[in-house]
Each structure stands twice: as C-alpha cells, then as structure tokens.
Design a protein around this ligand. Structure first.
Ligand code: PMP
Length: 441
C-alpha cells in the first residue's frame, strides 16, 4: 500500500493522534484519551507542558543541531552537569544518546572497553534476568531475558546468561521471610558468576523496578544492596537500567536511590525527554571513564544525533519542571492515591492477584485463580482484550501478556503523567475497572 508506515502504526487501524492536552491525547475525531501509562512511561509531564514548549522554541531559534565531533553545546553541557549532580554517589560522567536501547548498547560496550583497557580482556560475559526487556537493538536484545524475542535473532552478539528476576509475589515460598527470599534471589547471581567463572563476567544488568515485562515489580528491600556486594566481591560492574523506572517515576529521580545502592552505570531515557524529544543517557563513574581516557583515550561509540541540543533543551526543561514544581513529592502523593484507588476498586477482585509498584509506576496482575495464582491461558490474550477495551473506554494503559513461561500471567502497567489530578486518578481507576470487566466477560 502506498504511504504505508513500515511498523506498527497504520492508518485506519489505530486512531490518529492530533493533539495533546495535559493528561489527555485527542484524536482526529475529537475523542479524548486519558493517558494512564504516559504511552510507555514516557510522558511524565503530560502532553502540552508550557515550560518544555517554550524551551524548545527558544532552542530552535538559537541552534537546532551542531555535530559533537566539532562542537559541544550549552544545553548538553548543562544537562550533563545536572544529571551528575543529581545521580547517586560515584556517578559523574554522562553520555547523551537518543533513546533507551542506545543507552543500554553503550553501557555494554563501555563495560567491554573498560575491561580491555585495564588488561582484563577475558571479561566479556553479561548476566541479566529472565523476563527482562532492555531494548531492541542487537546488543540490548541479547541482554533481554525473553526467549521468544531473542530466538529468531540467535546467535546473538553478546554472551548473556539469565537468572530469575526478584519477583516476590510469584517466587517467594510460603514459609520464607522477605529477607530470606531477597537473599536467595541475590544468591542466584553469585552462583551464576561462579558457574561462568568470575574472571569472565564483566557486568550484571537489571532494572531496579521491572517495568514492561512484569508490570512495576520492585525488588524486595535489601536485594539490590546484596547484588552490589556480590558484584564488588567478583569485580563485576553493576549496570542499572532505569530507562523506564528512572527520571522520577518511582518518586525518586533515580529508582535505585530508594534502595540506597549506587551502581557503576545507569541508563535512562523515556521520561528524560518526556516525549518532547527522543533522548537517552548513559551515566557512569569517573573510574570507568578515566581508565579509557588514560588508555586509548576514546570510547569507541558514537551516533550522529548524540548530545543533540534540542533533545538536551527538552531534558533541561523536564528537570526544571521536576525541581521547580516539586514533582517528586507529587509523584509520591498521587502515587499513594492511585494505589489506594486501585486497591479499593480491584483489591478484592477474584481475578486480580497482585497490585504493586512505587510512586506513579503501578502494576496489576490478573490471575485465573486468586488462590493458586494460576495465570489465564495465554491463548485467551487477556492483555490484548484489556488494551482494546481500555482504548474503547478512552484510556491508554499498558497491558502485557503472560511472558510465555506458563507461570506469570497478564498484567497492566500504569505510569500516568506526574501532573495527574485526583479526579483523573478516579477516572483512570474507573475506566480500567470497566475495561478489565469487559475483557473478562
Ligand atoms: N530498557 C528498558 C527497561 C525499557 O523499558 C526500554 C523500552 N521499553 C528500553 C530499555 C529500550 O528503550 P527504547 O525503546 O527507547 O530504545
């Protein structure tokens, strides 16, 4: 078909978005959709933020693009300084890119180059977790832990093995304490490092709060601290992927702050540009950067649009809004209200197994049987039905299917804009409950 977009969005099959208005997206027929998931945890400031629009107009009037091979730019330098100032201890170098997959790709390459430069070329393996998503480029795809996503592209370019995610609702044994479970989950990492041979492992990659694949599942308290200790013990770098859960989504600018853990690298994207510009970033320590600077002097990575002034201007305006309007506190209060509203409406539902998350990052797991926690038959495609019913009811949410391991069921991820009002929390909960009922009918 002439003019067909090669991808998912196809004229006639999906509504055509024409305008944004705060927490709503408006389509060509004038229908309004409450954006209960920020798209995919992207639109943290909603859709028509005056500050970001003004900053982008201003930057466009000054300078749209200057290649980083020749120039730096004021917005990029300012953004890097601000991210470093806000980041956990030890993180003080920033690499500005165009999205989440690029940031994960850069993290894997930076780890590899670091070990080459410090004379440990045998360290090339990555450990990640099952049911994880880290992006769709070849390296990031290799890191992700969904067998069905990886299978058709095997053999993949990076040697990655996968351990279990820290998923208390699904994996904790009846008699076991949360602490014992966190220890057991972390022990899996050490066992895997020992199995592979510690001298061959360069990095462990994980999301502090798992987003798309499991639906806002935070690690249990203490897990990340134990992971940090294990990585330190074996000289393995800890890379935290905060592409989805970072940039304030959980009520902290970086999700790992709540766990009191400082990784060696952090990837961010999505909320960084809040949908106003495509941007991602890799944050890392001076130790890693300096080893490369003192060695070959140059990180072998780079993209034409890295450090883009327009993207950096948008991200600076997002940080201005988060800081200037005290949005992290707002994420926490509105997040608590959303959690309470979800529990009131769905907490006793016979097919809602779990409601969890932090801040404005919430997940609801649907189960066939609340007692046994048995998931629905994947063939039923409950998640797809919920999505269709939600859209019909004027709600954008992010349902995902059972991850095909036969254990984990369907879930809905919620990640509304930080500016969500109380009445919109109610609207979201109402529409979601309606969509779930209709999908189950
Ligand atoms: N990491 C995580 C945790 C993500 O959720 C995503 C996107 N869903 C990515 C990486 C990839 O980001 P992008 O789609 O911007 O390439």
């Amino acid at each position: 078909m002439a003019g067909h977009i090669f991808g998912r969005s196809t004229r006639g099959q999906l509504p055509t978005a024409v305008a944004g208005d705060g927490c709503y997206i408006v389509d060509a027929d004038g229908r309004r959709y409450l954006d209960g998931s920020g798209g995919a945890a992207v639109s943290c400031l909603g859709h028509s933020d005056a500050g970001v629009r003004a900053a982008l107009h201003d930057q466009l009037d000054r300078l749209a693009f200057a290649h980083t091979g020749f120039f730096t730019s004021e917005p990029a330098e300012r953004l890097a300084d601000r991210l470093c100032a806000a980041a956990p201890e030890g993180i003080d170098r920033v690499y500005l890119l165009s999205g989440g997959s690029e940031a994960v790709e850069a993290a894997i390459k930076l780890a590899r180059q670091y070990f080459l430069e410090i004379g440990q070329p045998q360290r090339h393996r990555v450990i990640a977790r099952r049911q994880s998503y880290h992006g769709n480029t070849l390296g990031a795809l290799a890191a992700g832990g969904n067998a069905w996503r990886r299978a058709q592209f095997a053999p993949l370019l990076v040697d990655v093995s996968h351990i279990a995610p820290c998923y208390e609702y699904r994996d904790r044994l009846e008699a076991e304490s949360v602490d014992a479970y966190g220890q057991r989950a972390a022990d899996e990492l050490e066992a895997e490092i020992l199995r592979l041979g510690p001298d061959s492992v360069m990095a462990f990659l994980a999301e502090p709060v798992v987003g798309a694949t499991l639906g806002a599942v935070p690690a249990v308290p203490g897990y990340l601290r134990r992971i940090r200790e294990i990585c330190d013990r074996h000289g393995v770098l800890l890379i935290l992927d905060e592409v989805m859960c970072g940039m304030g989504r959980t009520g902290h600018l970086f999700a790992c702050e709540e766990d009191g853990v400082a990784p060696d690298m952090i990837t961010i994207a999505k909320g960084l540009g809040a949908g106003y510009q495509p941007i991602g970033a890799l944050l890392t320590s001076a130790t890693i950067y300096d080893a490369i600077a003192a060695g070959s002097g140059f990180f072998q990575h780079g993209h034409t649009y890295m450090g883009h002034p327009m993207a950096a201007a948008a991200a600076n305006a997002v940080l201005d809004a988060i800081e200037g309007r005290d949005l992290l506190a707002r994420v926490r209060t509105q997040g608590d209200k959303l959690d309470a509203a979800l529990r009131a409406r769905l907490g006793q539902h016979p097919h809602v197994g779990d409601i969890r998350g932090r801040g404005l990052f919430r997940g609801i797991e649907l189960v066939a049987d609340r007692e046994t926690r048995a998931p629905f038959d994947p063939a039923r495609k409950l998640h797809a039905r919920i999505k269709a019913e939600a859209v019909a009811a004027g709600l954008i949410c992010y349902p995902m299917g059972g991850t095909l391991d036969g254990v984990r069921g369907d879930h809905v991820l919620l990640a509304p804009p930080f500016i969500i009002e109380d009445a919109q929390v109610e609207e979201l909960t109402d529409k979601l409950s309606t969509a779930i009922e209709r999908a189950l009918a």
